[in-house]
Every structure is written in structure tokens, then in C-alpha cells.
Design a protein around this ligand. Structure first.
Ligand code: NAD
Ligand code: MG
Length: 353
């Protein structure tokens, strides 16, 4: 029996996780939490809002599935890593903002960090059991989102509902907008850097519109291993919850005779500047990825509320990065301060964008 605490139970990942847990008698929900919607009766222990680590402390789970959206997921990530409790991580923002702190906590705690993000789950599987010295580089695929092939001018007037119409994945609103701006792939680049301890110049991003190949790993002998499957988050969620068992899911296996298209292109970094901004923030390290994430959260929320044009998202993030001095993030307090400061800067940048 594996006792699971599900954080973000009412979200897109959370609901799909409930389906996986229901299908497996050896998985038991011991706690469930959401930000605002009711979760009564979902698990013996439930909580709406508040400090998620209190719930975790009470529940003492075997595994935490962190499917909260945004920086708010950070205390739960650190709680699990610090205690050696297995962490299935969908909440990429916590690892982006606090990668160094998270890895230090994991080193002390000794638990497993199993990615739920589809690209990282794919890369994890391609890398499992390999000697890091044989790995040349990692390739993350991006669908390109709903605005692939558009020009800068064609993006000026796009609305939240157009940005929310993702061609291949059905996800929560924040990550869907991030996919439309390519900020999501920028967050994923930083996430991959920390998860797999690869320098940024050995992590590439390619646009792959059909979202069948989730990641590739290139090895030093010229071989590349790829992970393929239909775009369905139940696969990486199930993988993370049942690891190392790899339980069955209702997702069909790939039917190659029905015409699967594998097309790859370089991303358009000029039209979608957030990917390059994320790479720069990642390379700068310290609090820079935290600042990138905070500014992006503020800008995306403003865009969704109709207070910021689509192209303003990248502008707000660029200005916030410019205005913030990256410093080493030595503890959670410093990081929380950097996040708050970046949100303040981004709020100022919003007024003029
Ligand atoms: P969502 O908006 O659908 O759900 C978010 C969940 O987090 C909700 O249950 C909400 O109540 C909860 N939440 C929000 N703020 C909270 C707070 N302060 N305290 C406690 N709970 C809070 O989002 P989602 O699409 O399910 O994404 C969740 C995370 O998974 C994000 O980090 C996202 O980047 C990542 N992710 C999602 C997908 C996907 O397919 N949806 C794929 C890859 C990664
Ligand atoms: Mg992803």
C-alpha cells in the first residue's frame, strides 16, 4: 500500500491523478488539498488553502504528488525532499524557483524526485540506469502551442480564450498560457537542468507539433533514445505514482499504422522571447530563475484578467529581470523575499506595458 498526499486535487493534474489512484487498490489517498475549491470526502484528511506542510505533517504520506500551480507549491516540495518522502512533481515552478535549495534538501532527505511533467518523465525514463558520462545532450519537445507560425504582429491582439485553446494538451489555464508564449518550455528547460544536472548548453528545445515524442536523449556514440506516446498526462502521472512498477493505464499504445507524423523545427525565439529569457535566467542562476517565474506568474494572471496584452507578458518578464539583481538563494527566506520583490517589480512593469 502506498499512501499518497495529493496537493492540487481539483486541478487538471489532480483530477487525472484521482482517476489513477481509483484504478489501483495499492494506491491510497491519505490527504487531499486544493487552493479554494472544496475537497471534502476525497481523503481522510483534507485542506483548502493554508499551509500545505501542516497537512503533510499530519498525514505522513509515503508519496506527495505536488500538483499545485505556481510558487505556492514550494513549501510542499521542500517538505517532501527534506524528509526523504517520495515526491511526484508536477509543480515545476517550485523546482525552477528553488532548484538549488530543492536539490540540497533532497541530498539531505534521500527520497526520490519523480517528474510528472511529460517531457521530464520521458527524459527520466530514457536516462534511467545510464552513466551520465555517456550522455551528450537532452532534447525537450514543445508543441509550439496555439500560435505556432504566427508573426509578432499577429500576436498583438490575441485574447485569453484564443491562448487557452491548446492544440494537443488539455491543461490548467496558467500552463496553457505558458505554452502559448513558450514560457512553459523555458520553465521546463530550467526544471530539466536541476532534475538531470545537465548544463544549459546541453539541453535543447525543438518544436514538434504533434506531441508524440516527449523527449530525446543523445548519447556520445551518436545514438539517441526517444520516448513516444499519445499526449495524455495520465501516462506520466501513473508512472510517477506507481514507480518503479509501471502500472497499466487506459491510454492506448501508439498506433504507428494510422499515420503518426513526426516533424521537428527550431523554435522561433524572436517571436516567443520567453524561452530565451528563461535560458538566460537559468544560466545566470541564483535568484534569477525565481525572478523569471514570479514575473511570469504576475504577467500571466494579468493577461488572463484582460489587464495585459499577450505580447506584454514577455515585456513584463524582461523588465523585471532587468530590474532585479540576481543573488545567490541561500535559504527559503531569501528566496521568498526575491519572489516578493520580483512580483512588486512586475506589478510596476504592468502599469506601463
Ligand atoms: P490547475 O490550475 O488545473 O490546478 C491547480 C491546482 O492547484 C488546483 O487544485 C488549485 O486549487 C491548486 N492550488 C492553486 N493555488 C494553491 C495554493 N496556494 N495552495 C494550495 N493549492 C493551490 O493546474 P494544472 O494544469 O493541474 O497544473 C498544476 C501543476 O502541474 C502546474 O505547476 C503545471 O505547470 C504542472 N503541469 C501541468 C500539466 C497539465 O497537463 N495540466 C502538465 C505538466 C505540468
Ligand atoms: Mg511539459
Amino acid at each position: 500500500m502506498k499512501r499518497i498526499a495529493l496537493l492540487g486535487a481539483t486541478g487538471s493534474i489532480g483530477r487525472q491523478a484521482l482517476e489513477i489512484v481509483d484504478a489501483h487498490p495499492e494506491l491510497e489517498l491519505c490527504a487531499a488539498a486544493s487552493g479554494s475549491q472544496a475537497v471534502d470526502g476525497l481523503a481522510p484528511l483534507t485542506q483548502v488553502g493554508g499551509d500545505l506542510t501542516q497537512l503533510l505533517e499530519q498525514a505522513q504520506p509515503d508519496l506527495v504528488l505536488n500538483a499545485v500551480v505556481g510558487f505556492a507549491g514550494l513549501p510542499a516540495t521542500l517538505w517532501a525532499l527534506e524528509r526523504g518522502v517520495d515526491l511526484a512533481l508536477a509543480n515545476k515552478e517550485s523546482l525552477v524557483a528553488a532548484g538549488d535549495l530543492a536539490l540540497d534538501a533532497q541530498q539531505r532527505g534521500g527520497g526520490r524526485l519523480i517528474p510528472v511533467d511529460s517531457e521530464h518523465s520521458a527524459a527520466f525514463q530514457c536516462l534511467e540506469g545510464r552513466n551520465p558520462g555517456q550522455v551528450q545532450s537532452l532534447v525537450l519537445t514543445a508543441s509550439g502551442g496555439p500560435f505556432r507560425n504566427r508573426t509578432h504582429e499577429e500576436l498583438a491582439d490575441v485574447t485569453p480564450s484564443e491562448a487557452l485553446a491548446h492544440p494537443t494538451w488539455n491543461m490548467g489555464p496558467k500552463i496553457t498560457v505558458d505554452s502559448a508564449t513558450l514560457a512553459n518550455k523555458g520553465l521546463e528547460l530550467i526544471e530539466a537542468h536541476f532534475l538531470f544536472q545537465l548544463p544549459y548548453d546541453r539541453i535543447d528545445v525543438v518544436v514538434h507539433p504533434s506531441s508524440i515524442v516527449h523527449a530525446l536523449v543523445r548519447f556520445r556514440d551518436g545514438a539517441a533514445l526517444a520516448h513516444l506516446g499519445y499526449p495524455d498526462m495520465r501516462v506520466p502521472i501513473s508512472f510517477a505514482l506507481t514507480y518503479p512498477d509501471r502500472a497499466a493505464t487506459p491510454v492506448p499504445s501508439l498506433d504507428l499504422s494510422s499515420g503518426v507524423t513526426l516533424e521537428f523545427h527550431a523554435p522561433d525565439l524572436e517571436t516567443f522571447p520567453l524561452l530565451a529569457l528563461a535560458r538566460r535566467a537559468g544560466e545566470e542562476s541564483g535568484t534569477a530563475p525565481c525572478v523569471f517565474n514570479a514575473a511570469n506568474e504576475v504577467a500571466v494572471a494579468a493577461f488572463l484578467e484582460g489587464r495585459l496584452p499577450f505580447l506584454g507578458i514577455a515585456e513584463v518578464v524582461a523588465e523585471t529581470l532587468e530590474a532585479s539583481k540576481a543573488a545567490p538563494a541561500r535559504d527559503l527566506e531569501e528566496l521568498v523575499a526575491a519572489d516578493a520583490e520580483a512580483r512588486r517589480h512586475a506589478g510596476e512593469a504592468l502599469k506601463v506595458a
